[in-house]
Design a protein around this ligand. Structure first.
Ligand code: NAP
Length: 288
């Protein structure tokens, strides 16, 4: 099999390195060439253009920032879809909204490309350690063709539903909970400090209570130091994900009271220059 991986950011670079452990011939590409440097002494083929990267590929994985990036690279006129072999598979691992996935799936079909949406649960370390979980939407046979490679990049590939967009649907739910949990935890800590409770005690004790999401224990060191430069999940992508969840809710006529407020908190943090910090920086934003 020939597999191409496009988008070597925080997640994509780690996923593509793990993909090299499969028996496939792997070609990598990134818009900024500097991101390919860590592949120079590996078996990966490094393409100089995305269209060159995919021309022979049986499967193309993409891991891009947002819907705009997916459109620009893949579905725009002369984009990657038009350079792929007929019958090849495109698995989009980027976090995008379900209706967007459905529309690019239709676009792929017009080009004779089999498409699944396959966003991932797990952050930088899960990506590095091959512990991601893929949420897959689309035709079962297409998912099965990708499964061996997803199970090299992650620990599990789940079929969420036969329609394209079902993986993205589940991913929206996970991230909207993640964003809101971070805000809840952060506000709670700020109130605790105002009440004169010891911050170290709060940060050590609260994440172990059943009332709060366990991931918060990985955010406490940065919350205490105020240094959110060790980026696992960029704040700007969290803002995008909550925006896409509320957009989806709008499309479906579903009110999302807290998610809309949370979206604007992350938008405010991004506007204040925190976009490329870890999303835990919302703690600093709320403090100010
Ligand atoms: P990232 O480090 O910001 O990487 C984004 C990637 O998209 C880079 O390779 C970037 O290329 C590329 N890109 C952006 N615009 C592009 C365009 N117009 N054309 C071509 N390439 C473009 O982000 P990340 O953390 O790896 O996240 C990638 C995706 O995974 C996002 O959808 C995110 O929500 C999702 N995700 C992230 C995590 C996490 O914990 N980090 C976990 C699960 C899912 P350049 O290098 O040239 O800018």
């Amino acid at each position: 099999m020939k597999i191409s991986f496009l988008g070597l950011g925080i997640m994509g670079s780690r996923m593509a390195h793990n993909l090299l452990k499969s028996n496939a011939e792997v070609t990598v590409w990134n818009r900024s060439a500097s991101a390919t440097e860590t592949f120079h002494n590996t078996e990966a083929l490094i393409a100089t253009s995305a269209n060159e990267a995919v021309s022979e590929a049986d499967i193309v994985f993409t891991m891009l920032s947002n819907p705009e990036a997916v459109t620009a690279l893949m579905t725009s006129t002369g984009g990657v879809l038009s350079a792929m072999k007929k019958g090849a598979i495109w698995a989009d691992c980027s976090t995008v909204n379900p209706s967007f996935s459905a529309s690019v799936g239709e676009e792929a079909e017009k080009h004779g490309i089999r498409f699944i949406d396959s966003p991932v649960a797990g952050s930088k370390m899960a990506g590095q350690n091959g512990e991601l979980v893929f949420f897959c939407g689309g035709d079962e046979a297409t998912i099965e063709s990708c499964r061996p490679y997803m199970e090299v990049m992650g620990k599990k590939a789940m079929s969420i539903g036969p329609e394209v967009g079902k993986g993205a649907s589940l991913k929206m739910l996970v991230n909207v909970m993640l964003a809101q949990s971070m805000v809840v935890f952060s506000e709670t800590i700020h109130l605790g400090k105002q009440m004169g409770l010891n911050e170290d005690m709060l940060l050590a004790m609260l994440p172990n209570l059943p009332v709060i999401a366990p991931f918060t224990q990985h955010k406490t060191a940065a919350m205490k130091s105020g240094d959110h430069s060790d980026v696992h999940f960029p704040l700007e992508h969290m803002q995008k994900d909550v925006h896409l969840a509320t957009l989806t809710a709008y499309e479906l006529g579903q009110p999302m009271y807290l998610a809309n407020l949370t979206k604007d908190l992350f938008a405010g943090a991004k506007a204040s220059g925190m976009g490329r910090m870890d999303f835990g920086a919302i703690h600093k934003f709320l403090e100010n």
